[in-house]
Design a protein around this ligand. Structure first.
Ligand code: K7E
Ligand code: CUA
Ligand code: CA
Length: 652
């Protein structure tokens, strides 16, 4: 496999499709390692810099960006046109980026502690994260992969977004009015929680045209329940597909399935949810997981599953009370009553994405150089007994290149698939791919390919997960940045790239470094979101609304401090305590001005958090060190910010 010299406009014609036949497992692995080694050692992309500082073989400069999307430069004082919601991988949080600049505007903590905001330290955040009986946090690590927002009428309604934690099988919800995590749900009996997708409307009630469910996929098979029995007998392992109530965040139901789940997609009509499956072999080792030529995309008939639950046709697992329906194929052979429909997909597929016209799901082959296009109406026909073979729902299987992972859309009939091994994005036309599959071999569905730097995973174009896909910008999350940024030690920043997709050919417009390691993201116009910048004090039952109500009350050794902040002071400014006290300290920021956030830190007591305008935050701690401790404001707020402090006086 040759690595082409870098050309930002990609190949003039898709090269080598003919030789990129279906890979067997061994070849795929071999090519994978060649591709990675090639980038490092042989590629002109990594050749030493020339005298002018540009790497040999570097692309033409993009200073004159000619694409229809406009410039990526956001000048001082200007705002980005789009919001991007980004997952952060094993950093364990979510982030907000401005697009097209790629600037990181905020981090939204959820699964892991954040010492700027006090997330994981304050009582309010700990209650959301979950604590042990001794008050310590139940989990302190997270691995966020997939982030998706809530819908109304097939576009984002700006209410919520969700992100998964793969390590500890948790689903976090953020409310997008304040852009903070407000709930975290633990999925019972799940390990390797990977894909998520909210539904886009109700499959039964036409009045519910908004998100009320989030579907969650389990990647790792485990004993059910996982209580130490059958740990060596893999034939007893299982996997679950979980539905969470998007409004209450309670787990509604689970379906036990064959194989595993990877990513998740939902249909615009609300009737279908699906997961791609790469381990239909049910193997424990990766070599076993690659032995079948085809795995699958598994479709869930949401209305039928919920009817089965209503009729009591379910079991439970271990201590969990969540109803579990049978989604294994042997129990779902009759299409008229089946809860699931399995469509075969080659080979260890990754990613399943819904086209914005609502007609198709596309699975990427990963170990096959193909994408599989599945027509949703035909899946519904199978459930209605009108299609004898679920595989007849496959309407195209274009060859796109090596290592296809994720696909996005431009709303003009084109799909864009990341090619991990080729370090490229392939643009292909869906209808042309369908015509070719139907028999017209003269048609070439491949429109354009472009190099990206390097080894891309997720890809998403503006509004592409909604009905309003507009084909303006497209972000690509690259897993390796190698030579693209100044070296900063062994751990490289990742390279998120922005491409202009307004024209026939994609144009690489912008690189931006991101802290490892985002996986998934969605991008949409800024006017789809209306964040508030000042809290409503009435939302906080423990708010101290006025400085005159502030003070310290004592009940034995239980002490309650009710404090207010207003720049540049705290009231009360002196707090007297005794060693042995247990203090709950409420801080209400009564400043009403936008951007007037205060901080609160107590030396030697390991306390630091912020309190936003009109917000109330609390911490509880044991008083165990005598002395004078100046608590002070950590968030620059006022010309007298450094003076904003008070005394915690602790008697022995
Ligand atoms: Cu492809 Cu976890 Cu979405 Cu990463 S998964 S890339
Ligand atoms: Cu208040 Cu700085
Ligand atoms: Ca497989």
């Amino acid at each position: 496999m040759s690595l082409k010299a870098q050309d930002s406009h990609g190949e003039k014609e898709p090269a080598g499709i003919g030789r990129r036949r279906f890979l067997n497992a061994a070849a795929a692995l071999g090519i994978g390692s060649v591709a990675l080694a090639g980038c490092k050692e042989d590629s002109p992309k990594n050749a030493p810099a020339d005298a002018a500082g540009a790497p040999a073989g570097a692309p033409p400069e993009h200073d004159a960006h000619v694409g229809g999307a406009g410039t990526t430069e956001v000048k001082p004082g200007q705002l980005d046109t789009h919001y991007g919601l980004w997952s952060s991988g094993h950093s364990g949080d979510a982030r907000i980026l401005g697009i097209p600049s790629g600037r990181e505007l905020a981090r939204m903590p959820c699964f892991v502690t954040d010492h700027l905001t006090g997330w994981g330290l304050t009582n309010e955040s700990k209650a959301i994260m979950g604590t042990n009986p001794d008050g310590s946090l139940q989990y302190t690590v997270g691995d966020t992969h997939h982030i998706q927002a809530s819908y109304k009428d097939g576009i984002y309604d700006g209410k919520y977004c969700w992100v998964n934690d793969k390590i500890n099988a948790r689903l976090a919800r953020f409310r997008l009015d304040y852009m903070v995590c407000d709930k975290i749900t633990k999925l019972p009996n799940v390990q390797g929680f990977h894909g998520i997708f909210p539904d886009k409307r109700d499959p039964v009630d036409p009045a519910i045209n908004y998100t009320t469910r989030v579907f969650c996929g389990q990647e790792f098979r485990v004993p059910l329940p996982n209580h130490g029995k059958d740990i060596e007998d893999a034939t007893k392992y299982g996997a679950l597909f979980t539905c969470v109530n998007a409004l209450t965040m309670e787990v509604k139901w689970q379906a036990r399935i064959d194989g595993n789940c990877d990513l998740v997609a939902t249909s615009f009509d609300g009737k279908l949810a699906a997961t791609n499956q790469y381990n239909l072999e049910e193997g424990e080792y990766y070599t076993d997981m690659m032995s079948f030529e085809r795995d699958a995309c598994l479709f869930f008939n949401v209305a039928r599953i919920e009817q089965a639950v209503k009729e009591g046709k379910f079991t439970t697992i271990g201590d969990s009370k969540v109803p579990v329906v049978e989604g294994r194929i042997e129990f779902n052979k009759d299409p008229k009553t089946a809860l699931v429909c399995r469509v075969s997909v080659p080979k260890n597929p990754h990613g399943v994405n819904a086209s914005p016209d609502g007609k198709y799901f596309v699975c990427s082959g990963k170990l096959s150089p193909t994408c599989t296009v599945i027509e949703l109406q035909k899946v519904l026909d199978w459930f209605d007994g009108k299609l004898d073979d679920p595989d007849k729902a496959i309407v195209a299987e274009p060859e796109v290149g090596l290592g296809p992972l994720h696909t996005t859309f431009d709303g003009r009939g084109n799909a864009y698939t990341t090619l991990f091994l080729d370090s490229q994005v392939c643009k292909w036309n869906v209808e042309k791919a369908i015509k070719k599959y139907a028999g017209d071999k003269t048609i070439n569905p491949i429109v354009h390919k472009i190099d990206v730097m390097y080894q891309p995973g997720h890809i998403n174009a503006t509004c592409a997960e909604t009905r309003a896909a507009d084909g303006i910008w497209m972000a690509v999350g690259n897993k390796f940045s190698k030579d693209r940024f100044l070296p900063v030690g062994p751990l490289h920043a990742e390279n998120d790239q922005l491409l202009d997709i307004t024209g026939e050919q994609m144009i690489l417009a912008h690189d931006n470094a991101v802290r490892p390691e985002p996986h998934d993201f969605v991008i949409f116009p800024r006017d789809w979101l209306h964040p508030k910048q000042v809290y409503n004090m009435d939302d906080f039952p423990m708010a101290t609304k006025d400085a005159s109500e502030a003070g310290v009350t004592r009940n034995g050794n239980k002490v309650t401090v009710k404090m207010v902040s207003f720049a540049p002071s705290y009231e009360p400014s002196d707090v007297k305590l005794k060693v042995g006290d247990e203090v709950t300290w409420y801080l209400t920021n009564i400043d009403k001005v936008e951007d007037l956030t205060h901080g609160f830190a107590i030396p030697e007591y390991n306390i630091q958090f912020i309190v936003n305008p009109q917000e109330t935050v609390s911490v509880t701690f044991k008083v165990d060190k005598p002395g004078l401790f100046w608590f002070y404001c950590t968030n620059f707020c006022h010309a007298l910010h450094l003076e904003m402090r008070g005394r915690m006086m602790v008697e022995p």
